[in-house]
Each structure stands twice: as C-alpha cells, then as structure tokens.
Design a protein around this ligand. Sequence first.
Ligand code: F6P
Length: 549
Amino acid sequence: MRQPALTSTSSFQALESHAADAKNWQMRQLFADDAQRFPKLTVDAAGLFLDYSKNRLDATTIGLLLDLARERGVERQRDAMLSGEKINLTEHRAVLHTALRMPRGKALTVDGQDIAHDVHAVLDQIKAFTDRVRSGAWLGHTGKPITDVVNIGIGGSDLGPKMAVLALRSYAHPRLKMHFVSNVDGHDMDAALAQVHPETTLFIIASKTFVTAETMLNAGTARNWFLQSAKEEDLARHFVAVSTNTEAVKAFGIDPANMFPFWDWVGGRYSVWSAIGLAVALAVGFGYFSDFLGGAHAMDEHFREAPLEQNMPVLLAMVGFWNRQFLNAGSLSIAPYHQDLSRFPAYLQQLDMESNGKRVTRGGAEVDTPTCPVVWGECGTNAQHAYFQLLHQGTDVTPIDFIAALRATHDLAGHHDSLLANCFAQSEAFMTGKTAAEVRADLTAQKLSETEIDELVPHKTFPGNRPSNTILMDQLTPSTLGALIALYEHKTFVQGVIWDVNSFDQWGVELGKVLAKNIHAELTGDIKPERHDSSTNGLIIMAKAAQHI
Ligand code: F6P
C-alpha cells in the first residue's frame, strides 16, 4: 500500500508541535519531577532490559510516537513480514530471517513450500557436520583432526559470524581456532594463511550469491595455497561452501555434499541465523547455536505479541526516530561495555545503514525527512579515552546505546564492578552534565583565584541533556546475544516502516562494484586510463607506475 509522505501525516504533525516544546526540556528536571520515571520508561523482554528514560521525552511523547507507528502500519507490516509476504518489493522477495529461528515442529508455508521443514533439514546437516569436526571424527587429508577454520566471506557473510564467534568466545571449542578473511586486500588472507597449516585447516566459503568479487578472489587464493601441498581430491576434506547458488559452488570445485544451502528470502545482513552461521556452530557447538537461535526467537515472539507500549524493538526504534528527527541527531554511537562485543558496532553498521541508508520511499518518491543516522562505536571503557570528549562537550548531540551484562563471563576479581561503574557514570554524565554554577562551586572549594575560575568555568562546563539508552542482560550468553541481535533487527525494520523505505535491498553498493571492474581492467591491461575525470585517471596512472618499479 502506498504511504502518504511522512510529514503530511496527522501523527507526525502532532509530534512536530509537541517537539517544539520538548526541545526546551531538561532531562535533569524530568527526573526531578517524576520519581517513577525509571520504572515508567523501562521494559523487559527475552532476557534483555531496556532503559530509555535518559532521553528528552516523556510519556506523552511516547504516546505520540506510538500513534505514528500505528498510522504508518507498523503492526500490519510486521505481520506481513512474519507471514512471508514479499515485502522486499524491488527484489520481489519475502523477508524471513525470523523463520530461521523457529522451533522445530512449527510450519510456515511460502509459495507452497514448507520452509520451516527446509530450515530444520539444513540445521540437521549443520549439526551432523559440526559434531564431526568438533569431536575430531572429521579428518584432514593426512588423517589429522581440524584445528583451524577460515571463514571466507564479506558483508553479511562475514560480519555476523565474526561478531558472534568473538562474542561467544567463552563457549568456544578449545581445539578450534577461528579465522575470518573478508577483505580483497591480500594482507588479510596473507595474515590468516600465516597462522594455519593445510593439513589441519577447514575453509568455509560463505557467499549467498557465490559471485561476490572479494570472496571469489580470496577463495581462489585459498584453494591455490592448499593445492601447493595437496591434491584436487583432498579438497573435499578441507573446503565447504555456504550459499544459495549450487551451480557456482560446483563450478568452484566444491562437492555439493559439502554445501550448506540457504534461500533468497534471507538477506545477507540477516543471515547469521542461516548456514552462514556455520562458523559460529563450529566454534560453540550445535547446542549453543540452538540457544542463540532460541534467544532470537524469544525476541521475535515478543515483537509479534507485545502491545506497542511494551514492545522493546518498537520503543527502541521510535526513541531513535525521535532523536533523529527532532534532535537532528545525524549519528548513533554504540557503546558495548563488554569487550566480547567488540565487533557489535561494526555488525550494526551493516544491519542499520545498509537497510535504512535510503533516500527514496518504497513507491520511489524522495523521502521528506532524514533517514538512517550514521552508526558507529567502540567498546567502553576504551571509547571514553578516545572520543567521548566530543560526545560530552562537542557541538553535535549524539545519542548513545550503552550495552552491558550485569555479570561477567570471566572470574577475574575487581574488573566487572569497575566496568559497570563506568558505564552507568557515563549515561549519568551525559544526562546531567555539569552547570557553570556547579563548576564554579568546585573550583572555589579548591581555592582557585576568581580570575582562574572565570577562565576555567566555560571549559569545565558540560551541557548535559544528551540522550542515551541502556540495554542490560544478566550475562552475555548465546541466548542473550541472539535476543540482542534480533532486537536491533526489528528496530531497523520498524524505522524502515516509519520512513517507508525498503529496508531489504542495497542497490547503493552496486555502482562502485561496476566501476572497480573497469578500473581493474585498466590497472592490469594495456587500456590507457583516459576515460575518467583527471583525478581518477591520475590515480590509476600513479598505481600503474608504482607497480612497474
Ligand atoms: O555488496 C553488499 C552485499 O551484497 C551485502 O549485502 C552482502 O552481505 C555482501 O555483499 C556479501 O554478499 P554474498 O554473501 O553474496 O557474497
């Protein structure tokens, strides 16, 4: 159904006039005025807890935001997605990553096919294979068990497995060392190959399409490296593929018996739940991989069933929309206070920005509001000592999502309280700031002269009133990790519905791929680089000259 322009909707206009008042609100005051603000503006679901009270909004704002969600059809479109309607309009595809984590025994039929059955058949294949590799029953071509796994893939075929393997490090198999090669830059492959041995290494070639240039080049390099010390017939014990493209997998030389399939209704950035998660299942074992799927499924059920007022992904999305639209927040910083989530910001960059980094609506019209903010971040407390200065005192307002586990998965004394103290202190500092009067009082107590105090006050004042969410879990486990990823997937979906963009295509990555092919031909052949602008021609000439030295 064609949506009216966002700014023309009555609920958007109601929010706009509300925002004119709200932009003058001080969060300090909102907390002082309402002792119940924390219980009112927090929600629990699927093992996660979301505190969105440190945002410049109140219960009326939330009510108006949910009116907008209803007017834009969030519930209707959610149900359309979950039931397998082809909501990815430009690619005529259903969007069913949620089906990948449905428990065994549930059915979901799409185009006459029971896809839930197909999903579990592949899960059985993953279980059988990962059990053999982990137990040491799967042997390399000289009879030794596998010790190293190299996942070759890029984008969704790399970021999800890599992030999850790191996040679940405490659950990993002690013998299997996981490596990830994604970049076409040979330094990436070179560094991985330097750490592994052909007799004991398993390569996973992970590519939905099996035509992605980087992955195909890396896969070919790995194959050549392997064949320097082994025979063609040994490939079957060392190369497996995860793809939707059986013909291309066969053409590469991988036995289809060693191929783990998935389907076109799984988007690349939503694919860690599919066989693309093979590296995760190898690292943590099928039992924990099932828990990971189970955590995501629990969040799916919450998203499907909870009223919007208590629906965690909807609330996270609408608060994010409020900050983007009415605080003009052009970026969102992700701050995991958990070192094992170090790749989570990178994972969310693809999830959010490849999904909602769009400037036309599903009907093809220009959007009339800003869409996806830039997503970036780094683990706390490291981030505090790098760029938090700007977040506290810079000229832009950048909302932050703090993510932490209440209990550590290590047993080193003294660290976790210190970590959590920093996490909570930062969200407090962003909210309260420090007024000039408070700074002056501090400096007076330190017995500084009036002149020094006058000079220092502007530098030491913090404006505060800067928004953040805090997402807590008891511990980072396969299940809570699954729920956390699903939370952000659904948040991304809801924001896409509000902006009326197609969150499931990614045409914006195509132009560069085509141009790179042309330039590659010029760099490696005799064609003179004179078809481009003078900058591009000049850069190509420099590279050609350097390579011929
Ligand atoms: O170029 C972008 C993209 O298509 C992503 O959406 C995807 O995750 C990545 O490339 C890798 O694609 P594939 O799994 O087909 O190699």
